[in-house]
Design a protein around this ligand. Sequence first.
Ligand SMILES: [Zn+2]
Length: 324
Amino acid sequence: MISADSSPAGLPRRGFLKGAGALILGASLSASSAMPTALAKDGRKRLLRVAHLTDIHVSDIKGAADGMAAAIRHAQAQLDCPDLLLFGGDCIGDALDTPKAKVLAQWELWEKIFSAEVKLPHAICLGNHDILGWSRRDDPALAGDPDYGKSLALRRLGLKERYFSFDRAGWHFVVLDSMQPAKTSGYIAELDEEQFAWLVRDLAATPTTVPVCVLSHIPILSAAAFLDGDLAKTGNWEVPGAWMHLDVRRIKDLFGQHRNVKVCLSGHLHLVDDVSYLGVRYFCNGAVSGGWWKGNYQEFGPTYALLDLYDDGSVDLQLVAYQA
Ligand SMILES: [Zn+2]
């Protein structure tokens, strides 16, 4: 059995656990913005354009800081400019298995670049690598530290809640926290009971005519998860519970009761896929950091995604290979 701590081949072993998600709603998000109403050739009306930037993993590694700034600038310089930036988690290099002083330095770098570069309304989702200490639970330096776990990341990202929702230009956005602690070390991908009950209520309170876009760090459903490492080497598929949501069945059953759930965005794998299942498009959109700033990860280089969201609940997506 592959442990929840195992890392995909080609990426740093320690701390490349994927997962967790929390969201920050930028203060500017509540401000009204010019709403694009471009009409597609087929008569659909575009309600808004979103840039999804995930797995930035900023740290002192060569190229990371400049790459983060380049990706944000590139997205905001689009002639057809996005209305909203969605940051998909794994903001910093790693906090799961990194001494706290180095984690704090990474957050300072994130905040410096973020505050200098981000000009558009935005929301942020927590990632597994943003969580302090879950892979070094025996570290005496973390004993009793109130920053342990998700607290530090939530504070540094300005998030009041680790999951939340908001409305924008006729769409409803749900931001989830994908990560739960694994039994001994690291994390698994799952919604806790409190969060799932909230999701049930949130979707029930959303009018059926309003399309829903879900943002999570870890994919709820993914094809690429089968290709992140040699997961068939035992003669059977063994996809780690940290690669894709273990509770996908009950989440897709819930989505089945709310057919206005149309799009799910994720990252975490640093791979790209587009899975359509029971009327929901599940996009795993690659990583701004590519192979953690060392080029490609498998076939995929540094990337962010642009999405056009339409009034009929449909979506067009393009991946942007900006110059890191
Ligand atoms: Zn991740």
